[in-house]
Design a binder for this molecule. Structure first.
Ligand code: PHE
Length: 385
């Protein structure tokens, strides 16, 4: 192939970058983090960090990519000199680690579409739902099968290349995601008893805020707008030199925040309406929400829609976590894109296997006192990013 592929349109680029930003971070992590950190006050602090800080870094990453027209490793080498390529390399490496557990959680989302449809989750008893969830994620076979199916979808999108793969998928999936999200928000806020949740979510209670709140908000913000892994550098590298970066970046950041806010608006009032606790942590999505769906009219339908939404969001983000690595091997080692896609995805899946098994069969196997799943998570989020 001659020349580097580019986005087909500005809209396509914005959808792809927004597809990257909008992921499990917005719909799974944001609502429970907000629930654990006191609601409304956290929301305001989060937005201030995104707009005051995050936006500038998104613009910087996109500009680095656009200027160099290269993957993160090549871009840092070209703009900063040889030593700087280590920074890009770190990002690419972090991508491998993050994908390994991202794919496992994404597999759970796919599985839950089926569980919702089969009526397996049709109970409001939290203990039963917790049993179902823990039983499923600690199994050795099923979660890996779902992770493999998810990975196959990622391969499908990535092997299409930039315009026909990533851009095309995002142009369809992102608008669909918005429609599904609005549908679910309308359902949630009109449930009887939703007002208490709206109050918790929208009226800040500053007595809940401490230094830890800020740390959580910064971590959440950077993960949510896909920073630190070279994703925005790589997506920026498929822009032509005359593209206006700041206005696209602003749109992407606003879309990402809008989805996070709406995800909270969908989940928190529904949780209050069902008389449940919004600070249930990571289990909020997989344990508390099924109880909420079981209690609402046509809950199974809305539940299917919800987990579909979550899977779509995860897919467009997983693709973007892998693209910097793909671009690296294509640019620097001149390997055929399809081969790279298969190779990189196979390695990431292989890293996901211990991440998944560490929740069950291999639970006794610990490194620095952490399971493989938590080790990868801690290493990537608290250290490498
Ligand atoms: N922003 C994505 C999310 O919210 C995750 C992600 C991080 C994607 C870094 C790409 C790079 O889930």
């Amino acid at each position: 192939m001659t020349g580097r592929e580019q986005w087909g349109s500005r809209f396509g680029f914005i959808m792809a970058a927004a597809g990257s930003a909008v992921g499990l971070g917005n719909i799974w992590r944001f609502p429970y983090t907000t629930g654990e950190n006191g609601g409304g006050a956290f929301l305001l602090i989060y937005l201030a960090i995104i707009l005051g800080f995050g936006l500038a870094v998104v613009i910087a990453e996109m500009l680095i990519g656009r200027a160099a027209q290269k993957n993160p490793v090549g871009a840092f080498r070209e703009l900063g000199g040889k030593g700087w390529s280590a920074v890009g390399f770190m990002g690419v490496l972090t991508g491998f680690i993050i994908t390994s557990f991202y794919v496992v959680v994404a597999g759970w989302c796919l599985a839950y579409i089926g569980f919702m449809a089969s009526g397996k989750l049709a109970t409001t008893d939290a203990a039963t739902l917790q049993g179902t969830f823990e039983g499923f994620i600690s199994a050795s076979g099923a979660p890996l099968v779902y992770a493999a199916v998810f990975m196959a979808l990622v391969v499908l999108v990535l092997s299409g290349g930039i315009g026909k793969g990533i851009e095309r998928a995002n142009k369809v999936l992102m608008p669909l995601l918005f429609v599904l999200l609005i549908l679910l928000v309308l359902r949630a806020v009109t449930l009887p008893g939703a007002e208490a949740g709206l109050r918790f979510y929208l009226i800040p209670d500053w007595s809940q805020v401490n230094l830890g709140t800020f740390r959580e908000a910064v971590a959440q913000a950077f993960f949510s707008i896909s920073l630190g892994m070279g994703t925005m550098i790589t997506y920026g590298s498929y822009l032509s030199l005359k593209e206006n970066v700041p206005s696209s970046a602003l749109t992407v950041v606003l879309l990402d925040s809008a989805v996070a806010i709406l995800a909270g608006l969908m989940i928190i009032p529904a949780v209050f309406a069902a008389g449940l606790n919004p600070s249930a942590g990571p289990g909020l999505t997989f344990i508390t929400l099924p109880a909420v769906f079981a209690a609402m009219p046509a809950g199974a339908f809305f539940g299917i829609v919800f987990f579909l939404l979550l899977s779509i969001a995860a897919l467009t983000s997983a693709v973007s976590i892998l693209e910097p690595m793909i671009a690296y091997f294509v640019d620097e080692h001149r390997i055929n894109r399809r081969k790279v896609v298969f190779g990189v995805c196979a390695v990431c899946f292989a890293l996901g296997v211990p991440a998944s098994l560490s929740l069950g069969m291999m639970a006794g196997f610990k490194i620095f006192g952490l399971s493989w799943f938590d080790l990868m998570d801690t290493l990537a989020n608290n250290f490498m990013l």
